[in-house]
Design a protein around this ligand. Structure first.
Ligand code: SF4
Length: 890
């Protein structure tokens, strides 16, 4: 795309890949989004979420003014009240009676000011971030092994490697552009092998030469086994081990003797697969191990990271082109938060809270009256302290813990009981914002100005291209104003993000001289800030431009400059003692982000998965009497969720998968984190969100339904057994279920849609039990509802489009009631390609027409030709089609 005069280079606000974006504002108020061809993270690529960013910047639902107890207030009154309540809590109950819970969505400058205020001026380390839920185990694993939280490699390493191991990572959906880079590298060099280690057969498996469907938390045993295997075969880099590491013998002793039969039992993998995997690792010097939430979100996450790092240290495969361990982060600025000290366990600029020299250095640099002397409360502990009354005042910044934290109902209860809750957010109504005493409007992506760091240590600018709406203000400004009102004006005298960043950069270089990994002291020039391009740290004043990988020649950050092998035993992970028969794994889906507060604003992103679901193996579905597309209750001692069952062999037997995105705003009972216990890794405090004991049962005797409506339905006061609501092209779509006893009139009330006798058309078929009703205003469809005793088969996307077209005459209205287009207007089916609006039936028709490659299907349908996020899904359809064709031919 040719960028116009108003084009601004900025960075995507979603995942940790950190893609560069060109945002081009048009005279009609729309913004054209494209990938920045010059950004080294994506070279012009974007995924479906990034591509749809222009559809998420409207002001509907935005929090535009400060509010106190639900009433509009001015900024002075709101901030005076916040300062008064925080100061009172500190003076009456001490600094640890207050807390900030912040977010990987905020910018580095926001993080820096919040961290400085809490740790250096309030005097507590009670600031933690939702990134705790995403990668805290990697942080601890890095620090144990390297002496610092260093990501040694770069994205380029995935393209240079001969073997890429993806552990607990659905890269195709969660880091799509990185997946696309890997896919392109494999296409160019088919000998590049990819191994996927994941209990689920995700879309990422489409790229894998070997998929190891490992038992939950079996990764510790697998990588301990790998270390024993490498030692037994003498596939070790002795020079590297002797020259640059300590503790090898202890790690080998802890890992035990290599025994493939034992390992097979510990991991649930076949001996043959284990040997294939280990042989590939042994044979490929250029190996990159990418790990993500499947490793981190575990009660033994830190051990998993240590076990992986041990294998790379033992072979010296670290910091070399195409070789190294690689933690990829979930959030756009999880790395920035780590660097700036946004975690309760770290100080600013990768300095340590338990290091007196570091504490003195930071305190002196800040000219602070105090400095936190011990780690603060990690996320789960923080909300427990809110519940038990230890924390009297909490400020939640740009995150939605009522839905995203484990034990989510208890988090809600804690905030309901908390004497003083401040929430700064861009949305007026989230499940967390509802509980705030004071609501403060924040600037959103497109309005914000600052920096983020991606998974490969690359700092990029987020630049504004829209004016702040209403009275929205940046997060750093909120913190500065609080600091001033708490009596610390002199140290928070910033006029903008450039000054904050310059101070932060200067701090990173103080008494550093290469003793700390994080050093951006060459970036203190405020005049250069605005135009600065993406830059990978370290950027030392004295450094060279080639410093972009760490540790190929040692140079670790433990006192002796060596890495430490961490002894890890292949023990079984901690499990809750419960009679629940199934294991719940939670995670992300392709087109949604976190609790959907932004992505759900783009209709096309809702078309891929329009409701919360539960993937279950056919064997378990049969065992628990669950049919495909029926509603199920997934539950345990903590709570329950009502979800759509999707029977799928992609699940292991005994396992179910549920996405983590749905909230009380978008579904009747889809908050899956209600079921996740507050069980955490003992070192990192990261919750175990992927190994949760649950039971499953059919949701009961209901009538299933589908509703499309121009107006947003209101289900709050109704009698629906289930609903899931999403924006669609012409208005709103909802999956619903109704108790059988509910009459049609009651149903319409329950849906919050008006009935009207004259323009209502409909029928009830006694034989099939189907009811269909539609309300028209002249030739426009206002709403239509379809009910059936079985899950309703309809052309859902086509029905959404009917809200936007004319239906002149009775015959046209009847077609709407039929729920599908005429034969001469083929239904595209559920959306696969969100960019080009291509559905599953379109692709199926292309397959039947003999188009059997992704590019051939792209040529005929345009699917997969824009962002490429759907290419793995199309590949899967091609494989399934070929299999079916082969079976039919036998
Ligand atoms: Fe954004 Fe997608 Fe790039 Fe992630 S991969 S940064 S979500 S465009």
């Amino acid at each position: 795309m040719k960028a116009g005069d108003n084009a601004i280079r900025t960075t995507c606000p979603y995942c940790g890949v950190g893609c560069g974006i060109i945002a081009d504002s048009k005279p009609d108020g729309t913004v054209r989004i494209s990938g920045d061809p010059d950004h080294p993270a994506n070279f012009g690529r974007l995924c479906s979420k990034g591509t749809a960013l222009g559809e998420t910047i409207g002001l509907k639902g935005r929090l535009l003014y400060p509010q106190i107890n639900g009433r509009r207030a001015d900024w002075n009154d709101a901030l005076d009240l916040v300062a008064k309540r925080f100061s009172a809590a500190v003076s009456e109950h001490g600094p640890d009676s207050v807390a900030f819970y912040v977010s990987g969505q905020i910018l580095t400058e926001d993080y820096y000011v919040a961290n400085k205020l809490m740790k250096g001026f309030i005097g507590s380390a009670n600031i933690d971030t939702n990134s705790r839920l995403c990668m805290a185990s990697s942080v601890v694993g890095h620090k144990k092994a390297f002496g610092a939280d260093t990501v040694p490699g770069t994205y380029r390493d995935l393209e240079l490697a001969d073997l890429v191991i993806l552990v607990g990572s659905n890269l195709a959906w969660c880091h799509p552009v990185l997946y696309q880079r890997l896919e392109a590298a494999k296409q160019a060099r088919p000998e590049l092998k990819v191994v996927l280690i994941d209990p689920r057969r995700t879309m990422t498996a489409e790229l894998a030469d070997l998929h190891l469907q490992i038992a939950p938390d079996g990764d510790v045993a697998l990588f301990c086994g790998m270390l024993s295997y490498l030692a037994s075969k003498q596939i070790l880099d002795r020079d590297y081990i002797d020259g640059h590491t300590n503790g090898f013998a202890g790690a080998i002793a802890a890992a035990g003797v290599f025994d493939v039969e034992v390992l097979s039992k510990q991991t649930g993998l076949s001996s043959q697969d284990i040997e294939t995997f280990f042989t590939w690792f042994a044979d490929n010097e250029k190996t990159v191990t990418v790990y993500s939430q499947g490793v981190n979100q575990s009660s033994c996450g830190t051990d998993k990271v240590s076990a992986i790092l041990n294998c790379h240290l033992a072979t010296g495969r670290i910091g070399r082109p195409g070789a190294g361990p690689f933690s990829v982060t979930g959030q756009p600025n999880a790395m920035g938060g780590r660097e700036v000290g946004g975690l309760a366990t770290m100080l600013a600029s990768h300095m340590e809270l338990d290091n007196t020299r570091h504490r003195d250095l930071v305190q002196n640099f800040w000219n602070a009256p105090t400095i936190a002397g011990k780690a603060g409360l990690k996320a789960v502990d923080m909300f427990e302290a809110v519940l038990d009354g230890t924390i009297k005042a909490i400020w939640i910044m740009s995150t939605n813990p009522v839905d995203s934290m484990p034990n989510a109902d208890i988090v809600r209860e804690a905030l309901q009981k908390c004497p003083f809750v401040v929430v700064s957010d861009i949305q007026e109504d989230t499940d967390t914002v509802r509980l705030a005493h004071v609501k403060l409007p924040a600037t959103a992506w497109g309005e914000k100005d600052g920096t983020v760091t991606n998974s490969e240590r690359r700092i990029s600018r987020q630049r504004p291209f829209l004016p702040p709406p209403g009275e929205a203000k940046p997060d750093w400004w909120h913190m500065v104003e609080l600091a001033r009102r708490m009596g610390f004006a002199g140290a928070f005298n910033y006029t903008g993000p450039a000054e904050i960043f310059a101070e932060y950069a200067a701090l990173s270089g103080i008494q550093n001289n290469g003793s700390r990994d994080f050093d951006i002291s060459a970036l203190t020039d405020t005049d250069a800030y605005d135009a600065r391009g993406p830059v990978q740290w370290p950027v030392r004043k004295s450094g060279t431009a080639e410093d972009h990988r760490f540790f190929a020649e040692g140079g670790y950050y433990h006192r002796d400059g060596k890495a430490k092998f961490v002894p890890v035993k292949p023990a079984a992970a901690e499990r809750q003692k419960t009679g629940a028969p199934l294991i719940l794994n939670t995670g992300r889906i392709r087109d949604q982000w976190h609790t959907m507060t932004r992505t759900a604003l783009a209709a096309r992103l809702n078309a891929h998965s329009g409701e919360p679901y539960c993937d279950i193996h056919p064997h378990d579905a049969h065992k628990y009497l669950i049919g495909d597309s029926e509603l199920v209750v997934v539950e345990n001692d903590l709570g329950k969720a009502v979800l759509r069952a999707r029977v799928s062999p992609a699940q292991l037997k005994g396992h179910v998968f549920v996405p983590m995105h749905w909230t009380d705003q978008t579904s009747s009972c889809g908050r899956i984190n209600v079921l996740v216990p507050p069980l955490t890794d003992r070192d990192s405090g990261q919750p175990a969100s992927k190994n949760v004991p649950v039971s499953i049962r059919p949701a009961g005797d209901v009538v299933y339904g589908y509703l499309v409506s121009k107006q947003k339905p209101d289900f709050a006061a109704g009698e629906l057994a289930y609903w899931a609501l999403a924006k669609c092209s012409g208005g709103w779509r909802a999956e619903i279920a109704v108790p059988r006893t509910v009459e049609p009139e009651q149903l319409l009330k329950s849906c919050g849609v008006a009935s009207g006798s004259e323009d209502t058309v409909g029928y009830h078929d006694r034989k099939t039990g189907q009811t269909r009703l539609g309300l028209f205003d002249r030739d426009a469809l206002k709403w239509a509802v379809y009910l059936s005793g079985r899950p309703v088969m309809l052309a859902r996307e086509w029905l959404c489009e009917q809200l936007t077209v004319s239906h002149d005459g009775f015959a046209a209205r009847l077609k709407v009631l039929a729920g599908k287009p005429d034969l001469n207007m083929p239904d595209k089916g559920a959306l696969v390609c969100a960019c080009m609006n291509v559905g599953i039936h379109d692709i199926s028709r292309a397959l039947h027409g003999g188009h059997l490659t992704v590019s051939a299907i792209g040529e005929i349908t345009a699917a997969g030709t824009n962002c490429g996020s759907c290419r793995a899904e199309i590949n899967k359809m091609i494989d399934a089609f070929k299999q079916q064709t082969a079976i039919a031919a036998e």
